[in-house]
Design a protein around this ligand. Sequence first.
Ligand code: ADP
Length: 457
Amino acid sequence: MKFSKVLIANRGEIAVRVMQTAKAMGYQTVAVYSNADRHARHVQEADEAVYIGASKVSESYLSITKIIDACKKTGADAVHPGYGFLSENTDFAQACIDNQITFIGPTASAIELMGSKRLSKIAMIEAGVPCVPGYEGDRQELEYLATQAEQIGFPLMVKASAGGGGRGMRLVQHLSGLVEALQTARSEAENAFGSGELILEKAVIAPRHVEIQVFGDTHGNYVYLFERDCSIQRRHQKVLEEAPAPNLPEQARADILEACVHACQLMQYRGAGTFEFLFEDGEFFFIEMNTRVQVEHPVTEMVTGVDIIEQQLRIAGGLGLELQQEDIKVQGHAIECRINAEDPTTFLPSPGKIESFYAPGGAGIRLDSHIYPEYSIPPYYDSMIAKLISHGKDRETSIARMRQALDEMILTGIKTNIPLHKDLILQDKSFCSQAMDIHYLEKHLLKQVEEKKAETA
Ligand code: ADP
């Protein structure tokens, strides 16, 4: 084996999730933790744990020096970055290489390429992957961008090339709002991402978000693990995901899966990756590629039976993919509900102490989480505290099992978005009978507010 001790440069549910597989494969595991995470589950689960600093992410989970030092201190010879934090940071991947530590992910150059919405789009166009029409050139003067925008037409999306996590995006409805949108997008991008580079895209009016899971190894094997539908979003953030994507035309689906694998071959892509697309009227449009494990990876694991973390570790260790394309089949349907510590009506974070917690179970139910009774959710990090996943022979069964599991789950002491899943989305006839577009949840929430107002009037 190329490495024997894996440091997980992350926290929360994903740190626990990665550790479970790493331990089952016989690796030693190392956790890192901030001040706020002294009593966190990932620290208890790991074979060793290293304190890396204050609760603020810049002082701990985002500090490349501290993570590399923790590797040196414990003799960890590999790092799994999880998602978020340093998972798509080129400098971190390079620092690992420079210190003879295996980075469990793609090459630093692949991360860099895909971290730029502009350059990744150019690479995809060259690879024959369909993209949203727009401007992704290197001329960046605002006047030039304005002329390009007029050619593309409205509504239009202005995006920070280095943006991510649903931030750095602006919808421009009419020509009259263009100049101001470009100016603010530029300065916001400079402040938030350290680069003012912008791309322009035609706004796709009512698409679905469909993404393809892929893998490449160092032995020339490239496979797809089919698709996920992540259209249930609020403020461009995913709330509920499912696999497979309901009602995709078979030919369009087959073509896009092939196009993604072909692009991986051209790039000699290594590790797990996700191609994200907007899907409208039978057509796919590439928006970006993520070069890490996704939050929503469990729905793919449930329908394919493949442990995505295991394949990541195998590839990084030089063992190669265990899978041939013809062995990978989709069985049944899976849904994931992201459980956030937040107020279900205002969506404001609701950190604090969990009083009671009971995890649901039974056939086809999985819970990925790091919480336990009396655990205090710190206010410094993402509000997602659990992912509830259901699997069944078809979508209807998966929905029914999810409803039952949400009813069974007990989580008190903090506010959560469980009512949003239970009473709003999973009770809605439209959602239960068909695939919805990316605006569905926000429209549905608005409708509910209006209905309540009408009731009280
Ligand atoms: P980020 O990197 O910040 O996640 P993405 O480019 O992946 O940004 O887009 C996130 C979400 O924004 C998509 O899932 C979709 O809801 C919306 N979106 C992005 N590009 C467009 C577009 N051209 N037209 C309409 N909606 C878009």
